[in-house]
Write a protein that binds this ligand. Structure first.
Ligand SMILES: NC(=O)c1ccc[n+]([C@@H]2O[C@H](COP(=O)([O-])OP(=O)(O)OC[C@H]3O[C@@H](n4cnc5c(N)ncnc54)[C@H](OP(=O)(O)O)[C@@H]3O)[C@@H](O)[C@H]2O)c1
Length: 270
């Protein structure tokens, strides 16, 4: 067993274990260079059952890098534990936890360590996250490159200044729930119009997938796609008229702004 790991994931819950799976799939490094520190014995057992050669423990090993994948409420304790591994880089995926607060806890023990903050989303579970990263004080391009390489294992990565992470949280962090509301409503509409639940579910999923493909492969904007399927006096125009009369567009804009504001409050500890 190596006693100086390349990366230790602190917190082997939903996000920690999906990052682990992504890293193992992507061959970023060999399993012998990875460790997971987890307090919950049931989760430790599950991780070991799935990966018998993985280092899984409740104790922090020496490590080059640490990923903080615990809930924000456990951040202080996790930082103290992470510092015991003498890491040279720390990457946090905790929502609403500013690098300055993490640095405060880490610097109680460590002289200095670059802290990179990331905001992934739930699609990381299927390797389709869009993750925004930003660096705290003393973070260089190489540190962001390191974080990006790790997070590419669960999807795409963009770089933004830290003050924009609240907006990222409001859009792509909460986004899977917002899009799911659209999916639910469309499915209910299809059922109300006479389709079976299974057929309506399939139509919704493939319609969402197809729309994304039109945006990505053809480079079409959402406005272009909307105009292309809307002929004057046609079926889509009839449906869009209802959506506009119910201010659905405005409701989504307000939803993103409200989620962004809530993220700002959480970052301030409100
Ligand atoms: N899930 C998402 O879609 C999503 C998206 C973006 C960001 N995030 C962020 O990702 C982070 C993790 O979320 P999650 O959903 O993966 O949470 P989770 O499933 O609760 O996983 C966290 C795990 O860490 C363990 N833990 C807590 N304190 C620890 C410590 N000091 N040392 C070692 N292990 C410790 C927890 O054990 P116990 O359960 O026993 O406490 C739990 O098993 C959160 O900060 C969240 O904001 C999540």
């Amino acid at each position: 067993m190596a006693d100086n790991f390349i990366l230790t994931i602190l917190g082997g819950g939903q996000m920690g274990s999906c990052l682990l799976a992504g890293l193992l799939d992507s061959k970023w490094t060999d399993i012998k260079n990875l460790a997971v520190v987890e307090v919950n014995p049931d989760i430790r057992k599950k991780l070991l059952d799935a990966n018998p050669t993985l280092y899984v423990s409740d104790a922090m090993p020496n490590t080059h890098g640490v990923v903080l994948a615990v809930k924000p409420a456990d951040a202080a304790l996790a930082c103290k534990l992470a510092a015991k591994g003498s890491p040279s880089r720390v990457l946090s995926i905790m929502a609403g936890m500013p690098t300055s607060r993490l640095e405060g806890w880490l610097y109680e023990t460590l002289a200095t360590v670059p802290v990179i903050r990331a905001m992934p989303n739930a699609a990381a579970m299927v390797g389709e996250s869009i993750t925004a990263i930003s660096g705290g004080s003393g973070v260089h391009k190489e540190d962001l490159d390191w974080a990006e390489e790790i997070l590419l294992a669960v999807g795409k990565v963009i770089r933004v200044p830290e003050h924009l992470l609240d907006a990222v949280t409001g859009l792509s962090g909460s986004g899977p729930a917002f899009v799911s509301i659209v999916a639910e409503a469309l499915r209910e509409g299809g059922i109300a119009a006479g389709l079976s639940r299974d057929t309506a579910t399939l139509l919704v999923a493939q319609t969402l997938r197809g729309t994304v493909e039109l945006m990505e492969r053809e480079g079409s904007t959402p406005e272009e796609i909307r105009k292309r399927v809307t002929s004057p006096g046609g079926t889509t125009a009839a449906g869009l008229r209802v959506l506009e009369s119910k201010a659905v567009r405005s409701a989504f804009i307000e939803a993103v702004l409200s989620a962004t504001e809530r993220s700002r409050q959480l970052s301030r500890g409100v």
